[in-house]
Design a protein around this ligand. Structure first.
Ligand code: APR
Ligand code: ZN
Length: 362
């Protein structure tokens, strides 16, 4: 069943993705071959394509995907051809120190698949799967542990978003901030991840959800997902947040941009004793500074969230239950659908709408 499939390949950082064909192997022991149905375009794809984040090259990016199993290798149980699955870009080994200490999102082995070539280009060159997934290809081969089954009635275009933006955004609110009913929450950056965090805050029962993004069109989206206020951000943000939270600042800030000024703004927007959660992935070249006295005075917590501190095997079924109950709006997060040959346009459009999704033909 091996054969050639179309894929968008990044050959060098800073270049556009180029459409080409891959030759994929049969799934080996413990592996699964998946025909992609849909793959969301995440800001991390842009950061990888620009070289801000590094990846082995050449690479098929795309790590927010869903599709159907087409073949399974020896020893794979619980998955069969035809099964709909969401792909997990950080499958846990279940054996390392972090996995044994119930922090599978920090699994020592999570990046292993991204560092192993999984297919060949037409000229025989080995190619790597982006974050182990390779979702901007019509098919991929992944470890069975990277496949999370989903129900047949969940549209796969919506399911794809569970693979990164929704796990990351809702997870940051539930697992890291642990927002409680009545809390106040600021969400900075309203892309796919931030808008999922807004929904997470609404599902947690937050009383104030202050959504922050200067880009046009974001206010309407944010309100649809539960924001009680929308602000453009900038230097006056912390004061505007205090004005809306009894003069104190918010209980929680969720930073979903990954820039020094938004990380600082998240910190400054929280109350004494509050918590800022950095979800955005910044550059190694950019520093965030705090003066020594403010750390003591404000007694805030600054923490990061990796993949929403989720275990996708546990948390994707729980998000599916939220979707089924009508609490989690996945369809509304999909604001643009493009075929694979327009993936570069979708990458350029990051920052507009909620999520663009590459949709593959049946
Ligand atoms: N203040 C507020 N919002 C900002 C600012 C700012 N100074 N600068 C940019 N933004 C907004 C953009 O307008 C955009 O709407 O942040 C949003 C980012 O959205 P996307 O590009 O769609 O990014 P997303 O995929 O949601 O990822 C967000 O999380 O996983 C990480 O690497 C990812 O760092 C990225 C972040
Ligand atoms: Zn992502």
């Amino acid at each position: 069943m091996s054969g050639r499939v179309p894929a968008a390949v990044l050959y060098a950082a800073g270049e556009p993705l180029r459409l080409t064909e891959l030759t994929l192997p049969e799934p080996g022991p413990g592996q699964v071959r998946v025909r992609m149905a849909a793959t969301g375009v995440c800001h991390s794809d842009k950061s990888l394509a620009s070289g801000m984040l590094r990846h082995e090259l050449p690479v098929v990016l795309g790590h927010e995907g869903a599709g159907r199993v087409v073949a399974v290798g020896d020893g794979v149980t619980g998955l069969a051809p035809g099964d709909p699955v969401v792909l997990n870009w950080s499958p846990a080994c279940r054996e390392c120190w972090w996995c044994r200490h119930e922090e599978p999102w920090l699994c020592a082995d999570a990046a292993a698949a991204a560092q192993r070539p999984y297919a060949r280009l037409a000229d025989g060159t080995e190619v790597y799967p982006g974050l182990g997934v390779g979702g901007f290809g019509a098919e991929t081969v992944v470890s069975a542990s990277a496949c999370v089954p989903v129900p047949a009635d969940l549209p796969l275009t919506e399911a794809a978003l569970l693979g990164c933006a929704v796990l990351t955004g809702v997870g940051a609110v539930r697992n890291v901030a642990r927002v409680k009913p009545g809390d106040s929450v600021v969400v900075i950056g309203l892309g796919g991840v931030g808008l999922a965090a807004v929904q997470g805050a609404r599902m947690a029962g937050a009383a104030e959800i202050i959504a922050v993004d200067p880009a046009p069109g974001k206010a309407e989206l944010a309100r649809r997902f539960g924001a009680t206020d929308v602000l453009p951000g900038g230097p006056g943000l912390a004061k505007q947040v205090r004005d809306r939270t009894g003069g104190r600042g918010a209980d929680h800030a969720i930073e979903c941009v990954g820039r020094p000024e938004t990380i600082r703004a998240a910190w400054s927007s929280t109350r004494r004793g509050g918590q800022a959660v950095v979800v955005g992935v910044g550059a190694r070249t950019e520093a965030v500074t705090f003066h020594a006295l403010e750390l003591h005075h404000f007694a805030r917590t600054l923490t990061a969230s990796v993949y929403g501190n989720t275990d996708p095997v546990r948390d994707i079924p729980s998000l599916v239950a939220d979707w089924r109950a009508g609490r989690l709006d996945l369809a509304g997060l999909v604001t643009d659908r493009v075929p694979l040959d327009r993936v570069n346009e979708a990458m350029d459009r990051l920052g507009m709408g909620a999520r663009s999704v590459v949709v593959f033909p049946d």
